[in-house]
Design a protein. Structure first.
Ligand code: ZN
Length: 238
């Protein structure tokens, strides 16, 4: 092969790789490869400021998101500014007085991405911590039933059977490494509830019983009157 032919082949191969790369990476607004956020996801990730809109099962387009399976972040997405923003905003949302939750998942803020935040009752000061690419790899055989509620199923509570101990694998945001952990007690219940959201499963699917909770309904009505649960005008799903 001549020198010129070799150069031509290299240029052609580079062009093909480049095209393939563009096809695989989808929207890429920060010059990185491996960013596969959809335009709708980017809108929610970039437009949300601190406390995010929270999806509810009674809204048609919200319920579609709540019932979908969520995907892992790619290696490049784990390093993206959108990823950091989401971790921060998830914490702000679950801790906002209008929600006051012990856990939250990305589908609840409109994103089918594998991130949750969980209040760690098993740690001192009970911090709420974010976990990305989380999967439950083992469930204990020992099952206990207890009360649960969900920010996306307003005004109701239920009695739900759960494993009393689980093993989780996840990407640790602080150390930027993959980790596994054995979790027990009430913290394990929250992990199971939130990770279920990433599979499109709600606690009402597993509950032995579901009942109206007047106290929560009264509290929520006050925040609703203040506009805390209004869907933003820019929201991409109608
Ligand atoms: Zn929930």
């Amino acid at each position: 092969m001549s020198y010129k032919s070799l150069i031509a082949v290299i240029v052609l191969v580079a062009a093909v790789i480049s095209c393939k790369s563009n096809t695989n990476t989808g929207t890429n607004n920060n010059g990185q490869t491996g960013i596969t956020f959809t335009p709708e996801e980017l809108m929610i990730l970039n437009q949300s400021d601190s406390v995010m809109y929270l999806t509810v099962i009674g809204d048609k387009s919200d319920s579609i998101i709540l019932r979908k399976t969520s995907r892992d972040f790619t290696e490049h997405e784990l390093q993206s500014k959108e990823f950091q923003t989401l971790a921060r905003n998830l914490l702000a949302t679950v801790q906002d007085p209008s929600q006051d939750g012990v856990g939250i998942s990305a589908p609840q803020v409109g994103l089918n991405l594998r991130m949750i935040a969980v209040m760690r009752y098993d740690k001192e000061d009970k911090p709420i911590e974010p976990y990305a690419n989380i999967h439950i790899t083992d469930y204990s055989q020992n099952i206990k039933s207890g009360p649960e509620g969900c920010l996306s199923v307003p005004n109701y509570r239920g009695i739900v059977p759960r494993s009393d101990s689980i093993i989780v694998s996840y990407y640790d945001i602080n150390s930027k490494t993959s980790k596994t952990d054995t979790i027990g007690g009430y913290t394990a219940i929250i992990f199971q509830h939130e990770t279920d959201h990433l599979e499109g499963i709600l606690y009402i699917d597993r509950a032995d019983s579901v009942f109206f909770n007047q106290k929560w309904a009264d509290e929520r009505k006050l925040f609703e009157q203040q506009g805390a649960y209004t869907k933003p005008a820019w929201w991409p799903y109608k």
